[in-house]
Design a protein around this ligand. Structure first.
Ligand code: MLT
Ligand code: MN
Length: 309
């Protein structure tokens, strides 16, 4: 399975447009240890010809430009992108759909919940319904992703719910502390090849480790996991925001209840942080925090990273 990181940053990317945090300044200044990152998305292919995207970031146009395997290859209108799978309705995961207009055949997969969000926003009809089919994914049921002509892509996903919350722009404070979130608001994907072998887990947002999630991930070959923040109060302490990681639906990397501690007993062979916020010190190649995650066997995803598995 070919697996390529198109974007490794969290919502807003790195450096975020309005962020003057030292991390962001280093990236903007061209510091080679502070590489910019576009917003999170990955591309997968069983045959190196047809590609499936997991999430469509607002930076998709740039990501296609930077990755020749996604360039049109035949005739006057063509794309190797045959399908897009959405894991939530966050702006950083759906806004890129608008780049995939207009009359290009495509299959779009998401939970009923996320499809209902798209249906309620008529701007997404720029993906011409005569060419773009929208298909719902059921939790915990293996699904063979198809190309627009109906042939199998060779990529099979098993969508499953993880702790999280509804997209920021859909939060409804009148509906209690979880803002009206439902199970299908935040999912992760187990990726299998056509033979049924598990190749990857993609978990770009997760609010906490549960026993069920730990059981699922134990012994996995490759896990891409939510690396939004180093500490829960990072945005508050650095003065750039008022929200904690918990409030945003993201567990943090460090600490006794953090991601590194949660993964320590799981025996995952390759552990990679993705969806990394502009304030997170692990973005910096020369930081103490980067050294600390590397010591625990973690990699930090970067745009263009090849993760073939
Ligand atoms: C998140 O992952 O928490 C969201 O992408 C935040 C946002 O939409 O800005
Ligand atoms: Mn996000």
């Amino acid at each position: 399975m070919k697996i390529r990181i198109l974007g490794s940053g969290a919502g807003g990317g790195y450096p975020q447009w309005n962020c003057n945090h030292p991390n962001s300044r280093r990236a903007r200044d061209g510091d080679p240890s502070a590489k910019p990152r576009t917003q999170s998305s990955i591309a997968l292919s069983a045959d190196g010809v047809d590609w499936v995207l997991f999430n469509a970031s607002p930076d998709l146009r740039q990501q296609i430009g930077e990755n020749p395997f996604l360039h049109p290859g035949e005739g006057l209108r063509h794309s190797p992108i045959k399908a897009v799978v959405l894991t939530n309705a966050d702006v950083d995961h759906i806004a890129g759909l608008l780049n995939l207009r207009e009359s290009q055949p495509l299959r779009l997969y998401a939970t009923e919940r996320v499809l209902s969000v798209l249906a309620a926003n008529s701007v997404f009809n720029v993906l011409n319904p005569a060419f773009v089919t929208r298909e719902s994914m059921r939790l915990d049921e293996p699904l063979s992703l198809a190309t627009p002509d109906g042939s199998p892509s060779g990529v099979v996903v098993v969508p499953f719910a993880v702790p999280g919350k509804v997209a920021l722009w859909l939060e409804d404070e009148s509906r209690g502390p979880d803002f009206g979130s439902v199970e299908e608001d935040t999912i992760a994907l187990e990726v299998r090849d056509a033979g049924g072998a598990t190749r990857l887990f993609y978990v770009p947002a997760c609010a906490r480790m549960t026993d069920a999630l730990a059981t699922r991930l134990a012994g996995a070959e490759v896990v891409l996991f939510d690396g939004t923040l180093w500490t829960d109060d990072e945005m508050i302490r650095s003065g750039v925001g008022v929200k904690s990681g918990r409030r945003m639906g993201h567990m943090s990397i460090s600490g006794h209840d953090g991601t590194m501690a949660a993964f320590a007993p799981l025996g995952v062979r390759r552990k990679v942080f993705i969806h990394i916020n502009t304030t997170n010190p692990v973005l910096l190649d020369d930081s103490e925090e980067r050294r600390a995650v590397a010591e625990q066997g973690w990699e930090v995803a970067y745009d263009g990273m090849v993760l073939d598995a």
